[in-house]
Design a binder for this molecule. Structure first.
Ligand SMILES: *Cc1c(COP(=O)(O)O)cnc(C)c1O
Length: 220
């Protein structure tokens, strides 16, 4: 099935790039997918999933987590301040940390609970006005702020502009991560994950290439 093919293509891209096997983790992006498709991927043995919205994840994953061992959930979509607590409780990693207010909320909860999801800073590498993310020129200061709050910083994340060569954005993200001493690179989706693996992605986020086209009417 599609999952096996995507995993094969990731492993092949790692080999071509001279990277160790397994250097890139596959996040199966299950947002707006019907339950039977998600269960099929769980039955194949995959355990790492990404969701875009806290509420959608809350409606689906508690039950699946009871039935399947070892599920790891990552939040990929924009996070509203009033959803930080449920996100903190439900997700193992957050890929959309993009402002000071969120960082301070996570720090508060981390202090109180003695643990925290792994955090990726979303970078708006294309400097697109409609897109979330810290601007490239502000990344170093923002990572510094997060570190001063003792947050567990995993890396950087980007979503390149649709009409530009993604490899340029992946290269920029990698440079910013390197100069900040961050190991994680969350980049690459269905259309460009092999390029992302070649550029050093540690996490690729693949939805439609695994599950098929998203069918909004079948959400839930
Ligand atoms: C939807 C989404 C993806 C997956 O997109 P596909 O093109 O279906 O692979 C990856 N990352 C984010 C942030 C998304 O919102």
């Amino acid at each position: 099935m599609a999952l096996a093919e995507i995993l094969d293509r990731i492993r092949a891209a790692e080999r071509r790039a001279g990277r160790p096997e397994g250097a890139t983790r596959l996040i199966a992006v299950s947002k707006v997918q019907p339950r039977d498709r998600i269960e099929a991927v769980l039955e194949e043995g995959h355990r790492l999933f990404g969701e875009n919205r806290v509420q959608e994840a809350q409606g689906r994953w508690p039950e699946l987590c009871e039935r399947y061992e070892g599920i790891e959930l990552h939040l990929l979509g924009p996070l509203q301040t009033n959803k930080v607590r449920p996100a903190f409780e439900m997700f193992d990693a957050i890929h959309s940390l993009d402002r000071e207010k969120l960082a301070r909320k996570f720090a508060e909860l981390a202090q109180a609970e003695g643990r925290c999801p792994e955090l990726f800073v979303q970078v708006n590498t294309g400097e697109e006005p409609q897109k979330a993310g810290v601007l490239p020129e502000a990344v170093d200061a923002f990572v510094g702020l997060c570190r001063s709050l003792d947050l567990p910083m995993a890396g950087l994340m980007c979503i390149p502009p649709v009409d530009e060569e993604p490899a340029l954005h992946f290269a920029l993200l990698r440079k910013m991560a390197e100069r900040n001493g961050l190991a994680g690179l969350s980049m690459g989706m269905s259309a460009d994950f092999e390029k992302a693996v070649a550029m050093g992605a540690t996490h690729v986020r693949v939805g439609s290439a695994i599950f098929g086209e998203r069918v909004p009417a079948a959400a839930g």
